[in-house]
Design a binder for this molecule. Structure first.
Ligand SMILES: Cc1cc2nc3c(=O)[nH]c(=O)nc-3n(C[C@H](O)[C@H](O)[C@H](O)COP(=O)(O)OP(=O)(O)OC[C@H]3O[C@@H](n4cnc5c(N)ncnc54)[C@H](O)[C@@H]3O)c2cc1C
Length: 238
């Protein structure tokens, strides 16, 4: 597979939560990708070149920029990102991956843990902006209320797109009083209750490797879904 390469510059950094940040870059009018794909970002740091993979958290329908969204850590790579300023130059290799959904087949379910929401946000934005009739149901779990990323965005998308719905679940904290939210990790019982037509849907799962492995096993073993109905992306190296 031959990837394209581009040198571009940072436009803006957006603080999403206490430890998650989005980085927006100029798309130079030439960055094309499909919703759900990822790219490789190269940064210079203390005389070395570092690289990591990131899902696009923006959608191909959002023009003028592309964005990724990272859970920040104490790593050198995170430090190199923190040191970027508007105008800083970076290099990317793109587009990568087969975790793609553009509305076919027309019933989909998305299971996401934590930062694994990034490509799902890209897909949901694409479905909403293109007026897709595909029925998309998202189960999104996070540790605490402050760990959900893109909640405002999902609220706006579900208002605009009657075929998109979102169920939140908290694993390590009680939901605030006025929240409509489940408790605990995503499990087969939750899928049966929240997605009663699960047998008719293609599932897309994204998150840290252990979470993805657990979800794929749950769908295959507990819910007897065939492998052909399960597409997953794990954030290896995470
Ligand atoms: C297809 C794909 C898509 C991905 N998309 C995303 C995405 O959208 N968002 C996202 O956040 N990630 C994504 N990832 C994961 C991403 O590539 C990184 O692996 C991840 O963000 C962790 O990088 P890091 O630099 O924080 O930690 P790494 O350098 O990879 O280190 C891993 C862990 O070690 C710890 N660590 C490393 N160095 C130090 C140090 N010096 N001191 C203390 N602790 C240290 C870090 O805290 C971190 O938890 C994706 C991965 C893949 C394969």
């Amino acid at each position: 597979m031959k990837f394209r390469e581009l040198e571009t510059e940072l436009i803006e950094v957006i603080e999403r939560t206490h430890n998650v940040m989005s980085f927006r870059f100029d798309d130079r009018g030439e960055v094309t990708f499909r919703p759900g794909q990822f790219f490789q970002l190269f940064l210079d740091w203390e005389g070395e070149e570092l690289d990591h993979w990131f899902s696009f958290s923006s959608s191909p329908t959002e023009k003028g920029f592309f964005e990724f969204t990272k859970k920040m850590s104490e790593s050198d790579y995170s430090d190199a990102l923190r040191a970027l300023e508007p105008g800083s130059r970076v290099r990317i290799k793109y587009p990568m991956g087969k975790f793609i959904y553009e509305g076919e087949p027309d019933r989909a379910a998305f299971l996401s843990g934590g930062i694994g929401i990034t490509p799902i946000r890209s897909i949901c934005r694409w479905l909403t902006d293109t007026g897709s009739k595909a029925d998309a149901r998202v189960l999104y779990s996070a540790r605490t209320p402050g760990d959900f990323v893109f909640l405002d965005d999902f609220e706006e998308m579900t208002r605009r797109n009657p075929n998109l719905s979102l169920v939140l679940s908290l694993t390590d904290a009680a939901p605030p009083g006025d929240w409509d939210c489940r408790a605990g990790r995503i499990c087969s019982e939750m899928v049966r209750e929240e997605i009663p037509d699960y047998r008719d849907r293609t599932f897309f799962i994204c998150g840290p490797p252990r979470m993805v492995e657990g979800m794929v096993g749950m769908l295959k073993d507990d819910l007897a879904l065939p492998a052909a109905q399960i597409i997953s992306e794990d954030f290896k190296g995470y």
